[in-house]
Design a binder for this molecule. Structure first.
Ligand SMILES: [Zn+2]
Length: 303
């Protein structure tokens, strides 16, 4: 589902690459199920739904797309494991609902190189979605990624290998479409990135700031709203969990000081919200919420 709003004079859209399912122990790490099931109810297999959102920014440097979801380079077996029942155009469908085609995107920013963030940046060339040559989903776009993230993706270890898929980034490197950056970047007027380590070594968040208003796209620095509320709740996916806690402490202060609109990339229920004082510290007051009910065909658009 696409949401459109403005930050100052900058128009932004929250897009979705759809919901998938995975074990609740992934996002909630060491936290006992008895506690996290009060946030999201798992099914009989302990699976919870989660979103793959993207941020589209109408900037003075052109159309910027932040992350691209899982995409469609998925075999039937992987689809079944993830709870996706058929090939569909989830993110591209939402892009159309926001009024744009893939050819309109000028910049694709990868927050980090995990498959659920960059998988949709490329697609199989065939019209029927059969495996084959890999081409960019956004043919005109300049893709941006951090140097350390690319290094980790190219040389994974036993723990990280499953999420780093060469087909997601190698074709973009080979055709010269992927530009490697190093550290925080200013992408356009009012649009900048910030390194927020913990989930990975060089994951980058995105700030949109204009006219006294702010938006913070948290990516996996705080995947769900509850991760920002409770610093000790760190996903088991995070490579440097202690660093995640300190990053969240800093981001929480910065976001609260600016009264920033927070966008949660994976939260099945809280799409966006703002920090407000609660009984035990800052809590997220949701501004956009969704029903966590899982329906894999919800946004299906057939070619
Ligand atoms: Zn993620």
């Amino acid at each position: 589902m696409a949401y459109t709003f403005t930050i100052g004079s900058i128009r932004c859209h929250i897009l979705s690459d759809g919901k998938t399912l995975s074990d609740g122990g992934g996002f909630f790490g060491l936290i006992p199920r008895a506690m996290w099931q009060e946030v999201i109810q798992p099914d009989a297999q302990n699976l919870i739904p989660w979103e793959s959102r993207a941020l589209l920014i109408e900037s003075d440097a052109g159309l910027i797309l932040v992350d691209t979801g899982n995409g469609d380079k998925l075999t039937p077996k992987v689809r079944q494991r993830m709870g996706l029942d058929a090939r569909n155009l989830r993110l591209v469908g939402d892009l159309a609902r926001a009024g744009y085609q893939p050819e309109d995107v000028d910049i694709v920013l990868f927050t980090h190189f995990h498959g659920d963030h960059i998988g949709g940046g490329t697609r199989w060339a065939s019209a029927d979605g059969q495996p084959g040559p890999v081409v960019p989903t956004f043919p005109r776009a300049r893709y941006l990624g951090q140097r350390i993230e690319l290094a980790d993706a190219m040389f994974p270890n036993e723990r990280t290998a499953a999420t780093y898929v060469a087909d997601n980034f190698k074709p973009l490197l080979d055709n010269g479409q992927l530009t490697i950056t190093d550290g925080p970047q200013r992408l356009a007027r009012g649009v900048r990135t910030d390194i927020a380590p913990g989930h990975t070594a060089y994951i980058q968040t995105v700030w949109v700031e204009d006219g006294g208003e702010s938006l913070l796209f948290l990516t996996d620095a705080a995947s769900w709203a509850v991760h920002l509320e409770r610093l000790a709740w760190v996903p088991s996916y995070d490579v440097f969990p202690m660093t995640s806690i300190e990053t969240k402490r800093r981001l929480r202060q910065e976001a609260h000081a600016r009264d920033a609109l927070l966008v949660f990339q994976h939260d099945a229920q809280v799409v966006a919200g703002r920090l407000v004082p609660g009984q035990r510290g800052l809590v997220v007051q949701p501004t956009i919420v969704e029903d966590a009910h899982f329906d894999a065909t919800r946004d299906e658009v057939r070619e």
